[in-house]
Ligand binder design. Sequence first.
Ligand SMILES: Cc1cc2nc3c(=O)[nH]c(=O)nc-3n(C[C@H](O)[C@H](O)[C@H](O)COP(=O)(O)OP(=O)(O)OC[C@H]3O[C@@H](n4cnc5c(N)ncnc54)[C@H](O)[C@@H]3O)c2cc1C
Ligand code: FES
Ligand code: FES
Length: 491
Amino acid sequence: MRNCIHILLNDQPNMLQDVGTGEMLLDFLRQKKRLTGSKEGCAEGDCGACTVLVGRLIGKELLYEPVNGCIRFLSSLDGCHIVTIEHLRGYDGQLHPIQQAMLDHHASQCGFCTPGIIMALYALWMRVAKPTREQIEQALQGNLCRCTGYEPIIKAAQMVTQATDWPRSDPLLEERQRVKDQLKHWQDDSSIALTKQGDLGKEHIFIPKNEADLAELYAQYPDATLIAGATDAGLWVTKFLKTLPTLIHIGQVPGLKRISQTKEALILGATASYEEAMPVLLDHFPMLKDYLLRIGGWQVRSMGTIGGNIANGSPIGDMPPILIALGASITLKSKQQEREIELENFFLDYGKQDRQPGEYLHAIQIPLPSDKSHVTAYKISKRRDEDISSVAVGFNLIIKDKIIQSAHIAFGGMAGIPKRASHAEQALINKPFTQENMIKAAEKLTEDFTPLSDMRASAAYRMKVAQNLFRRFYLEHSAPQMDDKTGEAAQ
Ligand SMILES: Cc1cc2nc3c(=O)[nH]c(=O)nc-3n(C[C@H](O)[C@H](O)[C@H](O)COP(=O)(O)OP(=O)(O)OC[C@H]3O[C@@H](n4cnc5c(N)ncnc54)[C@H](O)[C@@H]3O)c2cc1C
Ligand code: FES
Ligand code: FES
């Protein structure tokens, strides 16, 4: 095994051996490298002040994503290019065009959020030369500005495209080939083991590069913390000040990232991020667009994985309700065995899942919908963006000749685990799809759930809003579909 990691920081190659299990990218930048342009606002992935870009090779292509440096483990970045605000520049000592546009449009007051906002916008322009307002707003979902207000920022973002010769006026384009060559030079299949003497004892970090090594390491260290995107686990370090003696990063195992499809199912590798999974999910389930775009912000969706959202066992994760409603199953693997179970059976009780020592989540299988499937998910939260659900629901009804043939409805936030609304489902089967029947089924939710009151919502609010979502589903799915061309109700 290799005993170091390589990262390219702006234009500086780094070989690192002495990395601690709790060392975050932002601390490394600010404290060790004195690159203090990236700020720490919240240290929990919420504000985006720490946004930097992480570039990695996907085949021959270099893909840059915005990430929250505050919760990104430094040790997860082997073979990556980190771009910080200090690296941005224009030609001949000028500002970078995005920086100049922010200046021209008075888009910065105290300036604390500004480096993070510029990095998020830079990531956007690498992909879309002329983004729409909607795309700009999505790119900034994970960046909070509390004094300027967003209009000048959006205006600046729109104006960058009018700068002469954009995006060719970006001098960083010239370094892309060099960066690719450097990352290619570092690429190998060797798994990595780092050891450091920490204040409380030895710290071990493992970065397997294939599934055999992962299974072997997890069998050997069943108490190790598996790290995928770290958008949950990072906070244990930064907010709960937990010491994690042994980490196994699973994000560099190609078999766990794979997304594929058979005639019957879509198969998502457990470490596929939201950003990676979203295009294929939306191909089959276009109604989920708004829902998926309300998970975290761009940074969180670039880092966070679907597998992590399941494996964390949270009763308020957004993916389990809709995946359960879709009839998804999961594959669990360990050194000894491989097994497939229904996702709904994975959640046993609050904080308890059907996962044995040494077992990890390998993939999620999602049956493809029929043309009679009506699939939707709704999220209720206090804030529109970057908020955790008070209630989330996934609906999957098969309706033929206006009769409900089958109903799969699962909720998050209504019990200690994500759970199906069995009584409500039963009340719908073989019934005509009418508002009255949907409302009657919604009343059955009191037999399915006894929700709790907490800081997000009261029990009474949760029940009321959950019932109202049945009516919303009816209204959205009973309306005649409009013909795109004629604008009239389709037959
Ligand atoms: C600012 C912010 C906003 C967020 N917004 C939302 C939101 O809107 N909706 C939502 O649902 N969540 C949200 N989250 C929570 C988080 O992003 C998701 O739960 C995410 O999917 C977790 O995935 P991850 O890869 O980052 O998991 P990690 O943090 O890497 O891991 C989470 C847990 O799962 C375990 N684990 C991960 N992968 C595996 C595997 N393959 N096998 C076994 N165990 C595994 C880890 O050991 C750990 O216990 C948010 C988080 C932040 C910081
Ligand atoms: S410091 Fe707020 S997201 Fe990182
Ligand atoms: S300029 Fe002050 S927070 Fe955005």
